[in-house]
Design a protein around this ligand. Structure first.
Ligand SMILES: Nc1nc2c(ncn2[C@@H]2O[C@H](COP(=O)(O)OP(=O)(O)OP(=O)(O)O)[C@@H](O)[C@H]2O)c(=O)[nH]1
Ligand SMILES: [Mg+2]
Length: 308
């Protein structure tokens, strides 16, 4: 499968750091003894799988090895793979909207949030490209009115991916931009609205209040909007990033995550921690800086890509 091949290439750092090390450890130990378990624990934690998730995974592996009386390297590897897949799929995925299917509402409004520099604006361009390729008209709302040059950056992206844009003057109220964008999309027949927002620290209460306001005002422009609120996380930030999930979710209720910059990290194990600790689905992963470098996150493909 072409996509699996691409994923494999892009995830090479995580493969080297996680699965290659696991293979070596399995080869060095012949049985699932304490020494091997400790080594596996170290490897998983170093790849950002998270302490709790790691012990859960290893517990499952140990239990299966004991029950099925199998502990060859290939058996253990298979058990590990399955335990990881389980951790990835035991999220609230039942509520996950498949953006490949016909959109449940038009315009379909997506709100993108996250701390500074995680990849929000780039991800918006990538999503816009994806919708455009399917013939869905996209309007981007330039709600980052805070950072100088944010609107220009977005405008360049919009042009590249054939999306329309609604903007306002610097320091304008981002909620007002969101309102105008949704009204424009309704009037001009856009199927998708994607709102860019300024990067903000999850610990800054006033900035989180601003996001709440954007959400509220979106709902006034179109009942039910935003339909999807996504947190863009930077895969290279590691365990610290996990607190972002919690605090953004508490403030504005997230539907899921986009994990950007997965190509640049050896610590791709972070997806396991997100899924297992927060039961939060990862919708997409960013695999580069270009508009086509976005892939839908499929747990099975991900595990295959890092193991085989
Ligand atoms: N390698 C890689 N780089 C990425 C990816 N996504 C974004 N970037 C880079 O990360 C940097 C920041 O991206 P932006 O999209 O501007 O991030 P942002 O969250 O909008 O930033 P602020 O608006 O300042 O909060 C840029 O240099 C992007 O090219 C990705 O998936 N992979
Ligand atoms: Mg931005």
């Amino acid at each position: 499968m072409a996509i699996l091949k691409k994923l494999r290439g892009k995830l090479s750092k995580t493969r080297e750091n996680l699965t290659d090390k696991i293979s070596r450890a399995l080869k060095a130990h012949k049985t699932l003894d304490e020494g091997l378990l400790e080594e596996l624990e170290e490897i998983l934690i170093a790849a950002d799988v998270g302490v709790e998730t790691t012990s859960k995974i290893l517990e499952t592996v140990k239990e299966r090895a004991r029950k099925e009386k199998k502990e060859s390297s290939s058996d253990i590897q298979e058990f590990l793979k399955e335990a990881m897949l389980n951790a990835l799929t035991e999220t609230n995925r039942s509520g996950v909207i498949d953006l490949d299917s016909p959109l449940p509402s038009e315009p379909y409004v997506i709100l993108m949030v996250g701390v500074n520099g995680t990849g929000k604006t780039t991800t918006i361009a990538k999503l816009a490209r994806m919708f455009d390729r399917r013939g869905q008209k996209v309007l981007i709302a330039a709600c980052d009115t805070f950072r100088a040059a944010a609107t220009e950056q977005l405008q360049i992206w919009a042009k590249r991916v054939d999306a329309d844009i609604v903007k306002n003057v610097p320091q304008a109220d981002p909620a007002a931009v969101a309102y105008d964008a949704i009204s424009a999309a309704k009037a001009r027949g856009h199927q998708v609205v994607i709102a860019d927002t300024a990067g903000r620290l999850h610990t800054k209460t006033n900035l989180m209040e601003e996001l709440k306001k954007i959400k509220r005002v979106m709902g006034k422009a179109l009942p039910g909007a935003p339909h999807l609120t996504l947190l863009v996380m930077d895969a290279t930030t590691g365990q610290n990033g996990l607190r972002q999930v919690k605090l953004f979710d508490e403030a504005i209720k997230l539907d899921g995550i986009v994990l950007a910059k997965l190509d640049g990290t050896a610590k791709g194990g972070i997806v396991l921690a997100i899924a297992d600790e927060y039961k939060m689905p990862v919708y997409y992963v960013g695999l580069g800086e270009k508009p086509d470098d976005l892939e839908k996150f499929e747990p099975k493909e991900f595990v295959e890509a890092i193991f085989d």
